[in-house]
Design a protein around this ligand. Structure first.
Ligand SMILES: C[S@@+](CC[C@H](N)C(=O)[O-])C[C@H]1O[C@@H](n2cnc3c(N)ncnc32)[C@H](O)[C@@H]1O
Length: 311
C-alpha cells in the first residue's frame, strides 16, 4: 500500500454511542466490500454526537460509497438496529497516515462465542479465563487484512471453534494479520503453518504473534500456497486447513489442498470468501475438486463451509 496516496474519509455521525457502536458491527462488511481501508470511532463531542470515520483511497468512487452507505443505513434503521439515520460528511485526508488514526479508534469486537479480538491497548489479561470469559486475540490494526471486522473472518473463527478440539496441526492459507493462526492456537491446536503471499502483511503478522506470545507455535511461509505445496518434500499433512480468500482467487488453489491434508484425521477444510447468493455454484465446484460439504454458515451476505476431502 502506498502511504503517499491521497485518501478521503466518510464520517457517519450518530447522535448516540450505541448507534455508533452498532455501525462498526453492521456496516463493516458493506464498507469493506466498497474498498474501505480502515476506520475508527471518534470520542463523543459536546452534543454527544459520535462520528465513525471510514477511510477510502481516492480510487474509490465517493458517490457510490455515499449511495450504498445510505441504503445500508436505511435497512438497518428499518430493522431497528439504528435508532436514527447517521449524518454523512466527507473529508479529504491528503497524504494522511490513516493507519495511525485507525489504530487509536479500534476498540475490539466479540467475534464468536468464545473469542474476542482486542487491540493491544485494550487487553485485559487478568480476565483471561476461557470457561468464563471470551479468549482474547490481540491484533494491532495495520496493513494486513484481518481485524475480525469482516464477516468472512468471523465465519472462519466460528467454524474453527467447532472444529478444533485440541492437538491439531493447522494450515492457515492467506494468513494476513495472523488472526486465524492465533485463534487456532488459542482454541487448542498444537501448531500452525501460516502461508501468506503479500510481503506488506509480514511485519504486522509477526508483531501480532509476538503480542499473543505464540511465535514459537506458528511458522510463516512467505509466499503463495502453490509455491508452498510444490516446495514441500514430504510432510505429515495437516488435520485442518483454513482459508479465507475470495472464491475467484481460491479456485486455482483447490487442487493444492488435497496434497496438504492428513487423510488419517479426515482432511477437513474451512473455506470462507464467497457470497451466500453464490453458494450453490461454489459447493458444486468444491464437489468436483473432491471437497464435500459437512457444515455451512452464513453471516450477512457471506458464507463459509466446512468440507471434507473425500469425494
Ligand atoms: C481476505 S484476507 C484473509 C486474512 C485473514 N486470514 C482473515 O481471515 O482475516 C486474504 C489473504 O490471503 C492472501 N493470499 C491471497 N492469495 C494467496 C495465495 N495464493 N497464497 C497465500 N496467500 C494468499 C492475501 O494476501 C490476504 O492477506
Amino acid at each position: 500500500m502506498d502511504m503517499d496516496k491521497s485518501f478521503w474519509a466518510l464520517d457517519l455521525v450518530f447522535n448516540n454511542r450505541l448507534d455508533a457502536a452498532m455501525a462498526a458491527e453492521s456496516l463493516a462488511g458493506v464498507l469493506d466490500d466498497l474498498g474501505a481501508i480502515g476506520w475508527h470511532e471518534a470520542t463523543p463531542n459536546i452534543s454527544n454526537e459520535v462520528a465513525v470515520r471510514v477511510f477510502f483511497p481516492n480510487s474509490v468512487s465517493l458517490s457510490r460509497v455515499r449511495r450504498r452507505a445510505v441504503e445500508a443505513a436505511q435497512v438497518l434503521q428499518r430493522e431497528g438496529i439504528f435508532s436514527a439515520l447517521p449524518r454523512l460528511n466527507v473529508a479529504a485526508v491528503e497524504k494522511h497516515d490513516w493507519v495511525e488514526e485507525c489504530r487509536r479508534g479500534f476498540r475490539g469486537i466479540r467475534v464468536s462465542r468464545r473469542l474476542r479480538v482486542v487491540p493491544p491497548w485494550r487487553t485485559d489479561n487478568r480476565r483471561q479465563h476461557p470457561t468464563v470469559r471470551p479468549m482474547e486475540i490481540i491484533i494491532l490494526p495495520g496493513m494486513a487484512f484481518g481485524t475480525g471486522l469482516h464477516e468472512t473472518t468471523r465465519l472462519c473463527l466460528r467454524l474453527m471453534e467447532k472444529e478444533i478440539h485440541g492437538g491439531e496441526r493447522v494450515a492457515d492459507v492467506g494468513a494476513g494479520s495472523g488472526i486465524l493462526s492465533i485463534a487456532a492456537i488459542q482454541l487448542g491446536a498444537q501448531s500452525v503453518q501460516a502461508i501468506e503471499l503479500d510481503a506488506q502483511a509480514y511485519e504486522n503478522f509477526r508483531e501480532n504473534l509476538r503480542l499473543n506470545r505464540v511465535s514459537s507455535r506458528i511458522r510463516l511461509f512467505a509466499g503463495g500456497l502453490q509455491a508452498f505445496a510444490e516446495g514441500r518434500i514430504r510432510g505429515r499433512g495437516f488435520d485442518l486447513i483454513v482459508c479465507n480468500i475470495l472464491f475467484e482467487k481460491m479456485r486455482p488453489l483447490l487442487p493444492c489442498f488435497r496434497s496438504l491434508v492428513r487423510r488419517a484425521t479426515g482432511g477437513t477444510v474451512i473455506l470462507s470468501g464467497y457470497l451466500w447468493s453464490e453458494r450453490e455454484g461454489v459447493l458444486r465446484e468444491l464437489k468436483s475438486a473432491g471437497i464435500c460439504k459437512r457444515d455451512q454458515e452464513r453471516l450477512g451476505d457471506w458464507g463459509a463451509v466446512v468440507g471434507r476431502l473425500e469425494c
